[in-house]
Ligand binder design. Sequence first.
Ligand SMILES: O=C(O)CC1=CCC(=O)O1
Length: 264
Amino acid sequence: MLMADLGDIRVHYDDRGPKDAPVVAFANSLGTDFRLWDAVLPHLPDGLRIIRYDMRGHGLTTAPEPPYFMGDLVGDAARLLDHLGVRECVFVGLSIGGIVAQGLAAERLDLVRAIVISNSAARIGNRAMWDERIAAARAGGVEALADGTMERWFAAATRKDRPGLVEAFRNMLTRTPLDGYIGCMEAIAETDLYESTARLKLPTLGIAASEDGSTPPDMVRETTDLVAGSKFHLIRGAGHLPCVEKPADYAAALTRFLQEIGHI
Ligand SMILES: O=C(O)CC1=CCC(=O)O1
């Protein structure tokens, strides 16, 4: 097991592939951990160094008491990449991970040569929506939000035909530390990166999914279009976690982007 001691927290991460290979780093979404990417990895080309980590308050990473700020989450990603000696990676983030990708590109361009904004936006939801979810989680734990979350995360066909997969991710969600879950919701609620993302000048790919109940395609597209020259890819038949439901499609879109920007 790999843990990086970053001072105020220890981050659980995975680092595979040749150390001198082009790096692709992955940041998870709210209520998941780095296993979010398990199904994608076998579909990626050989010869990459793949780094994944559990976001603050998630998986095996330290879960400090809330509130968390987006600056903490962006700082964690930067400190982990510094700790691992990484420069110029392609940083792929899903949902809150996609907000971290935008923040990292704005603050530490030395670390990223391109970003993937997957099922994410410059701003997700609004303060009232997050306050309602935070209150529900405080009252009833993560479990109180689990059924509604599964409807946003997975397409109707997946919920019907792949109950084992949905149960596994439901378990991942409900085992998220309450402090981590609330802390990250607080961070999302306070974040709007519209202006800084509109100033970004680096290769950017937006990935959306047709049945995403959290960040619908139009929302992802609007943020992706803020970055001049960006590309956009829509995955059909998937909800908020297309890397889980359609991993081969997801990996194909990512691989094409890596080729187009000359990363591989
Ligand atoms: O729980 C959801 O609706 C999905 C989500 C929003 C932000 C994030 O990271 O996941």
